[in-house]
Design a protein around this ligand. Structure first.
Ligand SMILES: NC(=O)c1ccc[n+]([C@@H]2O[C@H](COP(=O)([O-])OP(=O)(O)OC[C@H]3O[C@@H](n4cnc5c(N)ncnc54)[C@H](OP(=O)(O)O)[C@@H]3O)[C@@H](O)[C@H]2O)c1
Length: 200
């Protein structure tokens, strides 16, 4: 099985890549690192990536960001930044993947715990995570008509980010990396679709 892993050089993606590398043929994509590069904020760059790689059996995205700011400092541009990256970046990957996934293929996106368990300064991420979850729920039936499954893994703050980000997540218990990767394996290896796979 050939898997396109966008964000495969990051904190979560590199651990996912490490788990999957022995069992699957991986194409690891970063922004400036990885075997190949793309920019998920640019639909043309996504299309070029797929043209370059050709057909695959699964697409996993562990990429996409959004700014964190107090509510009284948030601007329209802050929301647009998150929409362009974590929301439309991932959604455009999924839409483009329709033309390049083999029958029975799957798409796995990444959202996060802030969809339902908020933190201070996390309004944009909470909004975007719910938007991407909404896309998965809203679109899975139509993807199924094309023989494609789609899910999102929604991790808590992951343990490998706890040192850097833990102060932003008061009272949160970091998720074990092993459990986070299990979420991606579940999406890849089972027949579930339209699911938000919470990893707390
Ligand atoms: N870390 C957490 O605790 C946590 C918890 C819940 C959800 N999440 C979500 O999980 C996802 C990954 O988080 P992470 O902490 O692993 O992020 P990360 O360490 O910053 O890694 C991001 C990955 O995406 C790539 N990338 C960055 N900008 C890109 C772009 N414009 N186009 C294509 N690829 C791009 C990076 O490549 P380069 O290295 O080449 O720049 C890297 O491979 C994010 O959506 C995040 O919100 C994270």
């Amino acid at each position: 099985m050939k898997i396109l892993l966008i964000g495969g050089t990051g904190t979560i993606g590199s651990v996912v890549a490490n788990r999957l590398k022995d069992d699957y043929e991986l194409v690891i994509v970063g922004h400036s690192s990885g075997q190949l590069q793309t920019d998920i904020t640019d639909p043309n760059a996504i299309e070029s990536l797929f043209k370059n790689v050709g057909n695959v059996d699964a697409v996993v995205v562990t990429s996409g960001s959004a700014p964190m700011k107090p509510i009284d400092e948030l601007t329209n541009d802050d929301f647009l930044e998150g929409i362009k990256s974590k929301m439309m970046g991932q959604i455009n990957v999924a839409l483009t993947a329709l033309d390049y996934l083999n029958e029975g293929g799957s798409i796995t996106l990444t959202t996060g715990i802030l969809s339902h368990d908020p933190i201070p300064q996390g309004s944009v991420l909470s909004t975007i995570n719910n938007a991407v979850n909404g896309f998965v729920i809203g679109s899975y039936g139509e993807f199924l008509q094309h023989g494609i499954r789609i899910n999102a893994v929604s991790p808590a703050l992951v343990e490998d980010s706890a040192e850097a980000l833990g102060e932003y997540f008061p009272g949160h218990t970091p998720a074990k990396m092993e459990h986070v990767v299990n979420g991606y394996e579940k999406s890849l290896g089972t027949y579930i679709t339209g699911q938000i796979i919470d990893i707390d």
